[in-house]
Design a protein around this ligand. Structure first.
Ligand code: NAI
Ligand code: MG
Length: 355
């Protein structure tokens, strides 16, 4: 019997509604080619239109509706003219990340053909690595407070929280990912020279975890020089693991070094598979270009490849990435953000045909 996957599809807002159908088109094509089945269930919540109708971003029973799916294929959420971002994002995406314990935020950083890098003299193959960000604790904690508000003594404190469990599980995820790569190399982001309690602890746990992976060469850099190296020597990296804050910065800087935001994908992953993981493009809903059929669908399509990798279909995932690369080599198949003339649907169909 064919393997079957159930995917919750949430287009969300703006260009999410335009790029998600292209992602699904490509997934249907690879499923056919690689002999598995995907059942897509579409949901209209986690969008500002839903909010306007119902007064909430999501229904009360959202966890029952999508909590049993194999994964969530997400577009983008946000329409600041209708709903403030702190409501639309915090009552949807951020809830998925927290309640589904998606502690690994994973982004590939790869320079693709036909995409001009803002870094001089870099060609496809020169930049090809992963950023793995801890997604649940660290610097983004809710422990702290404000005292003596509106007085000269006003004081604010926000604590960083690093638990052994939380640090070890993200490090394990990153080392396991490095094991699957040919270079078998891992870099840890630290700042133990300045942040003298939590960061030395992070370093200690990296060292302990590394003992379980003798095949992996690993190093560590302070975050300040690490950001400089991303720009000056991106070729040195393979898997980069970082705490929540450092990872947030690196996971934007990495894809920025490879050109357009329109092609970058991301996974918010619960590696134990107790809950569904979310796969989504890095970009948002782009209200400035929404509704015009000009958005680049590649970030969404590449997210679909990451989803298949997670589901255990690595060949199908690789076929999508190869199809993206081959399509990008053709100037006329590129979308406008890459200097081409293809619209969203034409770009999606071209990648589907390449598969
Ligand atoms: P954005 O990523 O939506 O857009 C930034 C710029 O990049 C815009 O000029 C846009 O036209 C362009 N762009 C983005 N994706 C593109 C694509 N696929 N093809 C071609 N051009 C593309 O970020 P912005 O404008 O800061 O946020 C808009 C809304 O999206 C806000 O409500 C924000 O909160 C939300 N957002 C949601 C995210 C998510 O759902 N994960 C992530 C980032 C922002
Ligand atoms: Mg960010």
């Amino acid at each position: 019997m064919k393997k079957q996957y159930r995917i919750a599809v949430i287009p969300g807002d703006g260009i999410g509604k335009e790029v998600v159908p292209e992602g699904v088109r490509v997934l249907e094509q690879v499923a056919q080619k690689f002999q598995f089945e995907i059942k897509f269930d579409w949901f209209d919540f986690a969008s500002c239109d839903y909010y306007e109708k119902h007064g909430n971003m999501m229904p009360e029973d959202w966890k029952d509706k999508i909590g049993k799916h194999d994964a969530i294929f997400f577009g983008a959420v946000g329409w600041p003219a209708k709903v403030p971002d702190h409501i639309s994002l915090w009552q949807s995406l951020i809830l998925f990340r927290r309640d589904f314990d998606q502690y690994a935020n994973v982004r590939p950083v790869r320079l693709m053909p036909g995409v001009p890098s803002p870094l001089a003299n870099r060609k496809p193959g020169d930049i090809d690595f992963w950023v793995v960000r801890e997604n649940t604790e660290g610097e983004y904690s809710s422990i702290g407070g404000r005292m003596f508000k509106d007085t000269d003594r006003e004081v604010v404190v926000q604590e960083t929280v690093m638990s052994r469990q939380g640090v070890d599980r993200i490090l394990k995820y990153a080392f396991e990912l490095a094991m699957k790569t040919p270079k078998k190399h891992l870099t840890s982001a630290t700042k133990s020279n300045g942040i003298s309690i939590t960061m030395p602890y992070w370093d200690e746990r990296v060292e302990a975890m590394a003992k379980n992976y003798p095949e992996i060469k690993w190093d560590k850099y302070h975050i300040d020089i690490l950001t400089a190296l991303f720009v000056m020597h991106p070729d040195r990296f393979n898997v980069v693991v970082a705490s929540n804050l450092f990872g947030d910065i690196l996971s934007d800087l990495g894809p920025a070094c490879t050109g357009t935001i329109g092609i970058a994908p991301a996974g918010n992953i619960n590696p134990e598979r107790l809950y569904p993981s979310v796969f989504e493009p890095v970009h948002g809903s782009a209200p400035d270009i929404a509704g015009q059929n000009i958005a680049n669908p590649i970030g969404q399509i590449w997210s679909g490849a990451m989803m298949l990798e997670h589901l255990g279909e690595p060949d199908a995932a690789a076929a999508i990435v190869t199809a993206i690369e081959n399509t990008l080599k053709e100037p006329k198949l590129r979308t406008r953000d890459l200097g081409g003339k293809a619209n969203t649907e034409e770009a999606g169909k071209a990648i589907t045909a390449a598969i």
